[in-house]
Design a protein around this ligand. Structure first.
Ligand SMILES: NC(=O)c1ccc[n+]([C@@H]2O[C@H](COP(=O)([O-])OP(=O)(O)OC[C@H]3O[C@@H](n4cnc5c(N)ncnc54)[C@H](OP(=O)(O)O)[C@@H]3O)[C@@H](O)[C@H]2O)c1
Length: 339
């Protein structure tokens, strides 16, 4: 396992983080606990959950695992999130002080901990002024309920505004961004990566395997079926992943990952994870797994670094389709300047 500091903080985390979205859902409690044990054995020390994962059950599963292993709480860095609805009330969602106060307390209870190390706004909330959320984070740090604050699924301007507000108002900084980022979805490179580099914010990519596409288990001519997220899950809104079958770019990327994997004698999942982990500003890639065998495969990406040539092959094959302006060459040329 390799380690990095969490964004601009002094806290050390493994470069692979264990995501827990499958816990209490695709993965039973027994399998979830086996994944957690395996992850820690492999040197992992960073866990990511959220109140909405299996509507609280994922946090409870992590909480029971921590409780049954004395001393474990201090060995792992625990991240969770609040924002999405946990009830039917008008204030059971969002980034308001009212909702986040209740959501954080409920997360602490389910996890059975006094504090979480990283508390993340799960997504932007257009109804709540950012300053209200940032002051909530600052108060929660002072109250000893969270150590650091982070955000997820923000746009460039939202993250930059949050960073400036915390500076000007002298509030606890935003130390991490958790965005969707993988070889099939690289849109954060348009603005968010620059914000993160300038503001010393660590990137924690989610869906690093594109929900399974990048493992190579699906083929061009057949739609995903069976006991896989892409095959079985239309009701959970995952059908948008399955539509990738129709996009030629998907197959160009999958073929490139397969080529590098064959050259390296590594699995395709390991190659996709290694590419992502060495992208600028990335702190730790959040793994998702249904089974311990999948997790084992993914954990073997720890310490795998691609050569410049291999990286270039994947980066070129997965280049996002961009118009000339403002993110393409025309826009870039207009903004650049040399003496
Ligand atoms: N902040 C957010 O909004 C957000 C959103 C999504 C996720 N997340 C976080 O990110 C974590 C990871 O996201 P993700 O689950 O979407 O990641 P992912 O790596 O893109 O997809 C994981 C899924 O791919 C399949 N898979 C994984 N490894 C495999 C392997 N080696 N071989 C074959 N199939 C494999 C499994 O599904 P099947 O077996 O069903 O095919 C697994 O559940 C989550 O647990 C969560 O903590 C955050």
């Amino acid at each position: 396992m390799e380690y990095r500091t969490l964004g601009g903080t002094g806290t050390v985390v493994s470069t692979l983080c264990l995501g827990t979205m499958t816990f209490g859902n695709e993965s039973t409690e027994e399998v979830s606990h086996a994944q957690l044990d395996r992850f820690v054995e492999a040197g992992g020390n960073f866990l990511d959950t959220a109140n909405v994962y299996s509507r609280g059950v994922s946090e409870e599963i992590v909480g029971r695992w921590l409780a049954a292993r004395p001393g474990m709480r201090d060995q792992v860095v625990v991240a969770t999130k609040g924002r999405f609805p946990m009830g039917d009330g008008k204030n059971d969602l969002g980034l308001s002080r009212v909702n986040l106060t209740r959501a954080l307390d409920a997360s602490l209870r389910r996890l059975g901990v006094e504090a979480v190390d990283l508390y993340q706004a799960h997504a932007f909330d257009a109804l709540t002024p950012l300053e209200e959320t940032l002051r909530f984070f600052d108060d929660a740090v002072r109250a000893g309920k969270i150590r650091y604050a982070g955000v997820s699924n923000f746009l460039g301007w939202q993250l930059q505004k949050a960073a400036l507000l915390t500076d000007f108002l002298r509030l606890t900084p935003i130390v991490t961004l958790q965005p969707q980022y993988n070889l099939l979805v690289r849109d954060i490179e348009f603005e968010l990566v620059d914000v993160c580099r300038n503001e010393n914010i660590g990137i924690l990519p989610w869906s690093p395997l594109g929900g399974g596409w990048l493992t190579g288990k699906y083929s061009r001519d057949t739609l995903p079926t069976g006991a896989t997220r892409l095959g079985e899950d239309p009701e959970r809104g995952m059908e948008r992943y399955a539509q990738r079958n129709a996009e030629e770019r998907t197959w160009r990327v999958v073929d490139a990952v397969r080529t590098v994997a064959e050259q390296r004698g590594a699995s395709m999942a390991q190659v996709a994870l290694a590419w992502l982990n060495d992208r600028p500003a990335v702190t730790s890639v959040i793994l998702g797994a249904r089974t311990v065998a999948q997790l084992d495969d993914n954990l073997a990406a720890a310490g795998l670094h691609l050569t410049e040539k291999e990286t270039e092959l994947l980066t070129d094959a997965s280049a996002p389709i961009v118009a000339d302006y403002p993110y393409g060459t025309g826009g870039r040329n207009q903004r650049s300047r040399t003496i």
